[in-house]
Write a protein that binds this ligand. Sequence first.
Ligand SMILES: Nc1ncnc2c1ncn2[C@@H]1O[C@H](COP(=O)(O)OP(=O)(O)O)[C@@H](O)[C@H]1O
Ligand SMILES: [Mg+2]
Length: 415
Amino acid sequence: MGTIERKGNSILVRDRVFPDDLPKLGAALHGAIGHEEDLKIGLDFSECKALFQSAMLPVIPLVVRYREVQRITFVLKPPVDRELGRLFLNTNWAHHIDPGNHPPNRYPRGKVPALRFHGDGDDGQEAILERVLELILGTLDTSRDMLKAVEWSLGEIMDNVPVHAESPVGGFVQATAYTESNSVEFVVADAGIGIAASMGHDDDRAALRDAITEGVTRDSERNAGNGLFGSYQVAVLSGGEFEIRSNRGVLRRAGTDDLRTWSPRAPYLGTSVRCKIGLDESGLLERALRFKGKPHDPPRDFVEREFESNSGLLVMKMADTASAHFGSRKGGRHIRRVVENLLRDHPVIVFDFRGVGVFTSSFADEVFGRLFVSMGPRAFMTRIRMRNVDRTVEGLIDRAIVQRTRLGSHETDQD
Ligand SMILES: Nc1ncnc2c1ncn2[C@@H]1O[C@H](COP(=O)(O)OP(=O)(O)O)[C@@H](O)[C@H]1O
Ligand SMILES: [Mg+2]
C-alpha cells in the first residue's frame, strides 16, 4: 500500500500506490483544500515507487475540478524513479495535474493516455473510443466480436458521463493494452454527483449493485439501463475485472472472487469505472450482451466504419490508416497485427495504395515480407489483394518479400 501524508500545503505520496489508496488521497486533498479557493498545493510523488492507471486516473478529475472550480494551483513533483517519471509524462498525468509545466503527450506507446471528453456534441468522445480500438487491433489478438464488445462497453460507460454525471469537468479516460494477458483495461472517471444521487438512492453500495442489474436506470423512458449491466457481463465473462467507485461505495469483481461491495474510509467525489476485458473468449458477445433474454448485436461497429466498403469487402486505405506507421519496423508490426486480426473473420483484405508513393523498407519487411512468409505464397496471394500500386511501391513490396523469404521468419534485423 502507498503512504499518503499531508504536510501543510503539500501532499506526499510514497511507495506503491494501489486503487484502494484512493480514499486516502481524496481525503488528503479534501483536508488540504476543503472549500478554500486560490491555494497552491504541492503534489509530491518523488518517492513513489509504483502507480497504476487504476489508481491514478480517478485522481485526475478531482484535481482538475479543484483547479477549475476553486482556482487551486497544483505543483507536481514527479517520481524520481526514471521509469515512473516517464510514465507520468506519457500518460498525461503530469499534464493534467500541472498543465503550465507539462505539455500534453498525444502519442505514447501501448496505451491511450489520460484524455478528457465533454460529450457536448464534439467528436472528442468518438475519437477517444477509436483510439482505444486502434490500440487493441494493432497490439493484441482479437476477433471482430471481442472488439465489438469492448467498443460497446467503453461507449456505454463514457456516454454515462454527459448523460448522468453532471460533472463540472467532463470525464477522463485512459486505456492500456496488456500483451501478456491479451487484455485491455480502461478507466473512465468523472467528478459528478455519483451513482446513488443520480438514481435517487440514499445508499451508495445498494445503488452500485442496482446500477449493474439489468434494466435498472434512473430514467426508464429514455434509457434502457443496460450500459453498466452489459459491460459488467462482458468484463466478468471474459475473465476480466470490473470496479466502480462512487461516493461512499465501491463495487468490485476480480478474478474468481465473488462480487463485493464495501464503504471506503473517505468518499470518492464522483464516479470511476474500471473495466478489464480479456480478448481470448470466443462467442462472448452473444452470451454477454443479452437483454430481456435476447442477444444484442451492436450495429455499425468500428471495423465496418473503418474498413468495410459498400460491397462488404474489407479495404485498408494505406494512406489514411497506415501512413503514420510507414517510418518504422514497429509501425510495420502494428499494421501486420491489424491485418492478422482482420483476417481472422474475413477471407480477403484489400490494401489500397492510392496516394502512397513510398514507405521504409523496414515497414515493408514487417508487413509484406513477414505476412508472405507466415501465410505462405498461395494464401498471401489469394487473401491479400492490392490496388493502386505504383512502380516504386511495387518494387518495395517485391524486394521485401524476396529478402524475407531468403532470411526466413526468425531472423531479425534491427533498424
Ligand atoms: N457516471 C455516472 N454518474 C452518475 N450516475 C451514473 C453514472 N453512470 C451511471 N449512472 C447511474 O447508473 C444508472 C445505470 O446506468 P446504465 O446501466 O448505463 O443505464 P442507463 O444509462 O441506460 O440509465 C444510470 O441510470 C444512472 O443513474
Ligand atoms: Mg448508460
